[in-house]
Write a protein that binds this ligand. Structure first.
Ligand code: URA
Length: 435
């Protein structure tokens, strides 16, 4: 088998065999296949796509490129959720402890900030002492004892996916339905789940900007997960503005803690509840949608979700007491970006808003860059709000003048202010496999 022949086959739109896909992934992981050949292959996939069968084989190859977690002997269901990525998306920080506090086990392997999107693992690491680089043995123990862990992808679990994702990030080959599907499902299946809820984002801050593409991705993921016997529900949610008010790392932990204490913003709570309903449904612990909502609301109200979050933080070495005054971890350099005009906020280019977070150091330009946990911003005006010339749109927590200036330019570019009141946007667009 010759690598260039397989690349050529895909370039010309032909289907690949299981052996050919296995050959590529194994040789890439071992270092025999150089980055430039894999980059060419990935670009061919972006253009030509993959059949459902090819995607199943690719997912299987990535999944078995490392070790997997064996949790079959544990009582209770293991359920997880995964987001395709967005800006201000701190749902996992609220949802995972909320659902875990109700007896569902959640082995969550999360990502880091990349491109314009944020990452749960970076946000969590703004808690002093908290470790996310856990061994398989530690993940296993946390799932057994606490019922919840949020960990970084290790070299032990799905190493081929990790290597491939880093290459996709720098070769503009992320936005491909089969590649996203295989990347997400391989990571999720490696921890032995009983079911998975996917939060497929759509809008200007999502990889799938239009609803049709988001539906196609959701449909593809649900079908591939079916072929791999993993019950999966996909919820398509809006990402045409940052979720909640806060964007960054420590800033988002502040907002997540407030939400766990019952003081969260409406949109964040609505997405969390919707995803939570489907997680309980997959776990088989609710009779219907209303029952699930009531159970979730109770766990938020009685403090069970917050206690589970504290338990997880403590188990992973984090300073639980720091959560009481977490605002102190946010940069004290604060300036506002003000509106250039009066009117309604009619559009917020969320990709640009994500880049503003990167400019502030809260995200990363390249895999391996360090992030500044203290920087970020607060959205003071969201879609449909009115504003006036000179009134603050965004409050920025910054490190130095140059990064503030760069972020300010991006934020001003992202906001569109006009006279016409925009139509209200739906937050939950669609559910595949609804009740
Ligand atoms: N998130 C992932 O985990 N993988 C992708 O390919 C895209 C988003």
């Amino acid at each position: 088998m010759l690598t260039q022949d397989i690349i050529k086959k895909k370039r010309d739109g032909k289907g690949l065999s299981k052996d050919e896909i296995a050959f590529l992934i194994k040789n890439y992981l071992s270092g025999e296949m150089p980055d430039y050949q894999m980059a060419a292959f990935l670009m061919a996939v972006c253009w030509r796509g993959m059949s459902r069968q090819e995607t199943v084989w690719l997912t299987g190859e990535l999944l078995h490129s490392g070790r997997t977690l064996r949790t079959d002997s544990l009582p209770g269901k293991k359920i997880d959720k995964h987001s395709t990525g967005g800006v201000g998306d701190k749902v996992s920080l609220v949802l995972a402890p909320l659902v875990a506090s109700m007896g569902v086990r959640i082995p969550m392997i999360s990502g880091r900030a990349l491109g314009h999107t944020g990452g749960t693992v970076d946000k969590l690491e703004s808690i002093p002492g908290l470790r996310t680089q856990l061994s398989i043995a530690e993940i296993d123990k946390n799932i057994r004892d606490v019922g919840l862990t949020i960990a970084d992808q290790t070299g032990e679990l799905v190493p081929a996916e990790k290597k491939l994702y880093a290459l996709r990030d720098v070769t503009s080959t992320v936005e491909s339905i089969p590649l996203i599907t295989a990347s997400i499902l391989a990571k999720k299946l490696a921890v032995g789940l009983d079911g998975l809820v996917l939060d497929v984002k759509t809008g200007s801050g999502a990889f799938m900007r239009c609803i049709e593409d988001a539906c196609a991705l959701a449909q593809n993921m649900v079908e591939i997960a079916d072929s791999m016997h993993k019950p999966t529900i996909a919820v398509i949610t809006d990402m045409s503005q940052p979720l909640g008010r806060m964007v960054g790392n420590a800033t988002e932990v502040v907002e997540a803690v407030e939400t766990l204490q019952g003081r969260g913003p409406e949109d964040l709570l609505a997405v969390t509840m919707e995803l939570g309903v489907h997680m309980l449904r997959l776990a088989g612990t609710c009779s219907d949608r209303e029952d699930a909502r009531q159970q979730l609301a109770r766990a938020l109200k009685d403090g069970g979700a917050m206690r589970k979050f504290q338990e997880m933080v403590e188990r992973q070495g984090g300073d639980v007491r720091s959560l009481e005054r977490f605002g102190q971890r946010v940069s004290k350099n604060v300036r506002e970006v003000c509106s250039p005009a009066s009117g309604y906020v009619t559009r917020i280019d969320t990709y640009q808003m994500g880049l503003a977070a990167v400019a502030l150091g809260a995200g990363r330009r390249r895999l391996g860059d360090a992030v500044d946990h203290s920087t970020g911003y607060e959205m003071l005006a969201k879609l449909g709000n009115t504003t006036e010339r000179g009134r603050p749109l965004v409050k920025v927590f910054y490190r130095d003048e140059a990064s503030f200036k760069e972020a300010e330019g991006l934020i001003l570019d992202a906001y569109e202010i006009s006279d016409e009141k925009p139509a209200a946007r739906r937050l939950i667009h669609k559910v595949l496999r609804d009740f």
